[in-house]
Design a protein around this ligand. Structure first.
Ligand code: PEP
Length: 257
């Protein structure tokens, strides 16, 4: 375990998934106003990835503040006959700074494979967005002691060659920890994040050393400080606890303590 890695600026990103009508913007605005107050976890980036319907309005409401806005997925093409899809260029145009790609729910619900995720990450880069690329093992893979093998394979297949520390963030999210209240032990998180760092440095050199690696999976105000203190954990991707401003701020506040 180490204290916060001061070399890499942390990011706490909230993934609202398919939750949030207009009324939910109140929570986002509370986050915006609190983090914009001087001194509040000042060395940490803060992002909310609302449903696509709210990206533009939140982008406008958070303009000029510390709150960044992201999308939750994008199509690989810039435009075209793809009913229901949203392109990276559209997200950028709406005010997004980043887009999540390869979330385990996309991989499971939509059959997305590593090569699809890689193509989406390339699309994000093309549009000028940071790609937040999700990887992580299932419970079965962990039980079979395949965690590191799976994570290395997903990294290799999902992260494009053009990835840099500025345009790419890795989110390690054990599938079995998402929305379950379960988390790996700090030693397990340290081992996986360490292996991810080694693989990134081998492939991308300096950029791999500076690329942010977020932990995601049942991060709450009560466990955030412990998880965020682990070596090579450069922030969090937060699902359920990002929907309520108080909980999300409690997690961001881990970087103040
Ligand atoms: C997620 O879906 O990315 C996630 C981490 O969810 P939760 O925090 O609810 O486990």
């Amino acid at each position: 375990m180490s204290e916060f890695d001061k070399e890499v600026r942390p990011l706490v990103a909230g993934n609202w998934k398919m939750f949030g009508l207009k009324a939910a913007l109140e929570q986002a605005l509370q986050v915006r106003d609190t983090v914009s107050a001087e001194g509040f976890s000042a060395n940490t980036d803060v992002m909310i990835c609302p449903p696509a319907t709210l990206v533009m309005v939140l982008g406008e409401l958070s303009g000029g503040s510390r709150l960044l806005v992201g999308g939750q997925d994008c199509h690989a093409a810039a435009s075209g006959a793809h009913t229901g899809d949203v392109s990276a260029e559209m997200l950028k145009d709406a005010g997004a700074a980043a887009v999540i790609v390869g979330h385990s729910e996309r991989r499971a619900d939509h059959g997305e494979l590593d090569r699809d995720v890689q193509t989406k990450a390339v699309a994000a880069h093309r549009a000028g967005l940071t790609a937040i690329i999700c990887i992580g093992e299932t419970a079965g893979q962990r039980a079979a002691d395949l965690t590191l093998e799976v994570v290395r394979r997903q990294l290799e297949g999902s992260v494009p060659d053009g990835a840099t520390a500025a345009n790419t963030i890795i989110a390690y999210e054990p599938v079995w920890a998402i929305g379950t209240g379960l988390t790996p032990t700090p030693d397990d998180v340290e081992a996986v994040h360490g292996a991810i760092r080694v693989a990134l440095v081998q492939r991308f050199g300096e950029d791999g050393a500076g690329m942010r690696i977020l932990y995601g999976g049942s991060v709450k105000p009560g466990n955030a400080h412990e998880l965020m203190s682990i070596a090579n954990v450069n922030g969090a991707l937060v699902g359920g606890a990002s929907l309520k401003a108080d909980d999300f701020l409690g997690i961001i506040g881990a970087y103040s303590s």
